[in-house]
Design a protein around this ligand. Structure first.
Ligand code: SF4
Length: 203
């Protein structure tokens, strides 16, 4: 059994926060164990909770459409959330719930070792861009070591806001350029030594 499968088993029976009490299923995440691209959303909604899979409702269908437009298949990317259990009524996750769930996400990132981490919405953005406003920094990648972090709007929010929708689609369209940039950077400097955040310009 892989370490990631072991982690899924732990998540499915986890009781480290109050969200364990109302869930039908915990939703650890899914995708290749060696994915280059990791998407981090907020938390499971109704359909995700029922099926135990991330991004399977309307927002998930929309995300799949966006991926197809840039020639990426959903099966090629890893998708997870900041919290693995559905908050009652889809309310916002509380700080103590995010904190309780954090070690699972930390372990997923260590095990998957993605080159590009894409945050969807403000809760996952806060992990890498603390204190930032998503309206100001969406679509602006930063590089730390050999990983690029890229903040985008959450597809569920964008579905209800035409303005955010067009911005999300625009940001999604930059992902192929980001991957090309990563290849270029890794070729120039295979082991980027700096742990200082570095803003990236794509064009
Ligand atoms: S949200 Fe995370 S910490 Fe809370 S019960 Fe679910 S898996 Fe455990």
């Amino acid at each position: 059994m892989s370490e990631l499968t072991e982690l899924y088993k732990e998540v499915r029976v986890c009781q480290k926060c109050i969200l364990s009490q109302g869930r039908a299923n915990a939703v650890p995440g899914e995708g290749p164990e060696d994915a280059d691209i990791l998407f981090i959303g907020e938390g499971p909604g109704f359909h995700e909770d029922r099926q135990g899979r991330p991004f399977v409702g309307a927002a998930g269908n929309y995300l799949n459409e966006l991926l197809e437009k840039i020639d990426l298949k959903r099966e090629e990317v890893y998708i997870t959330n900041v919290i693995k259990c559905r908050p009652p009524g889809n309310r916002d996750p509380q700080p103590e719930e995010i904190e309780a769930c954090r070690p699972y996400l930390d372990r997923q990132i260590t095990l998957i070792h993605p080159r590009l981490i894409i945050t969807l919405g403000r809760y996952s953005m806060q992990r890498y861009f603390p204190g930032a406003s998503i309206s100001r920094i969406h679509g602006q990648p930063k590089r730390v070591g050999n990983v690029i972090y890229y903040p985008m709007f959450h597809p569920a929010a964008a579905l209800h806001q035409p303005r955010w929708r067009s911005l999300l689609e625009e940001d999604m369209g930059k992902i192929p350029h980001l991957l090309a940039k990563l290849d270029e950077l890794e070729e120039q400097e295979p082991e980027h030594p700096s742990t200082q955040a570095q803003q990236l310009s794509l064009f």
